[in-house]
Design a protein around this ligand. Structure first.
Ligand SMILES: Nc1ncnc2c1ncn2[C@@H]1O[C@H](COP(=O)(O)OP(=O)(O)O)[C@@H](O)[C@H]1O
Ligand SMILES: [Mg+2]
Length: 293
């Protein structure tokens, strides 16, 4: 049997493929971070929501008007079904969102402090990590002009994305797995991370966003973007390096700001918006989302 060949001009084929992870977020608001050996009481009941960077990014891309498919796994528990429903409700295609039999769904514990910052512990479920075979299978069958992948997936899965994607624009996010190193950045059209991730890649305690974008660009991607919270986002290409400031908002919870930024940016790029304008749009949307009340 020959492989299924999708009609690449079909109005139902995706414009964006996101390759990565999905999990449940259990969020608690706490007046301060817990001290060793002391119990801290949350200031509100815990909330349970759909999360994970790729899931959030896929929802944001769909929300920005791009037909989006998420390639990721969850478990066959009730949380896996919950994530699947959240994606469908957001208009994300779940044909390649697999529920792995007998596997538990990953869980992130998110503590949000009054300064709107978050401290996140992710309990990954190893059985729901994407395999290279799954990635290859999905990217052979699916075609989209833009592919967005997390670079901290198991290295074989990242290699499979680099080898099998057929996108005009390949976007990578996060600190690459240590065995991949920063060399993987050279295979990308666009690399996006936040200022803390930039510092980790560049081997520093702190990275000034504009300088960091410039240095990350020198590692080989066609463009690099470093998001910098309330300061906005910096980008660097062969033509220019620039900081796009964020509007001032009163933030109560900045969780997922970077994902809204990247989902919107990815959608704009697949809609042929030039990079500089796409970053302005992404900053505007990310800031509006966290300044919700
Ligand atoms: N406190 C804030 N005030 C205004 N905008 C913010 C704030 N925090 C985040 N943003 C917006 O969200 C984008 C991504 O946020 P950032 O904090 O850098 O990512 P992450 O979610 O990875 O921590 C920023 O570029 C900015 O547009
Ligand atoms: Mg932040």
């Amino acid at each position: 049997m020959t492989d299924y060949q999708p009609d690449e001009t079909s109005p139902s084929s995706p414009q964006v493929i996101v390759v990565g992870r999905a999990n449940i977020d259990i969020t608690v608001r706490t007046p301060q971070r817990p001290q060793p050996g002391r119990t801290t009481f949350a200031s509100a009941p815990a909330t349970t929501t759909a999360g994970g960077k790729s899931l959030n990014q896929a929802r944001a891309a769909a929300g920005a008007g791009a037909r989006t498919t998420l390639v990721a796994n969850a478990g066959t528990d009730e949380w896996g079904t919950f994530l699947q429903r959240a994606l469908t409700d957001a208009g994300v295609d779940v044909s390649y969102f697999q529920l792995i039999p007998s596997a538990p769904t990953g869980v992130a514990i998110v503590e949000v402090t009054p300064d709107a910052e978050n401290h996140i512990v992710l309990a990954l479920s190893p059985a729901t990590e994407l395999t290279a075979d799954q990635v290859r299978d999905a990217l052979r069958r699916l075609h989209a002009p833009t592919v967005l992948t997390q670079l901290d997936l198991p290295p074989d899965a990242v290699h499979a994305v680099l080898q099998h994607h057929r996108a005009e624009t390949l976007i990578g996010n996060l600190v690459p797995h240590p065995t991949l190193g920063s060399a993987v950045l050279a295979a990308l059209d666009l690399f996006v991370c936040n200022e803390h991730e930039a510092a980790a890649i560049l081997g520093r305690h702190h990275a000034e966003p504009t300088t960091a974008a410039q240095e990350l660009h020198k590692l080989g991607p066609r463009a690099a973007v470093v998001t910098a919270g309330a300061r906005g986002a910096a980008y660097s290409t062969a033509e220019r390096t620039k900081l796009v400031p964020a509007p001032h908002v009163h933030a109560t919870d900045t969780t997922g700001a970077g994902d809204h930024f990247l989902g919107t940016l990815t959608a704009r790029l697949t809609q042929n918006t030039p990079l500089g304008q796409a970053i302005v749009d992404a900053v505007t949307v990310a800031t509006a989302v966290i300044g919700g009340d």
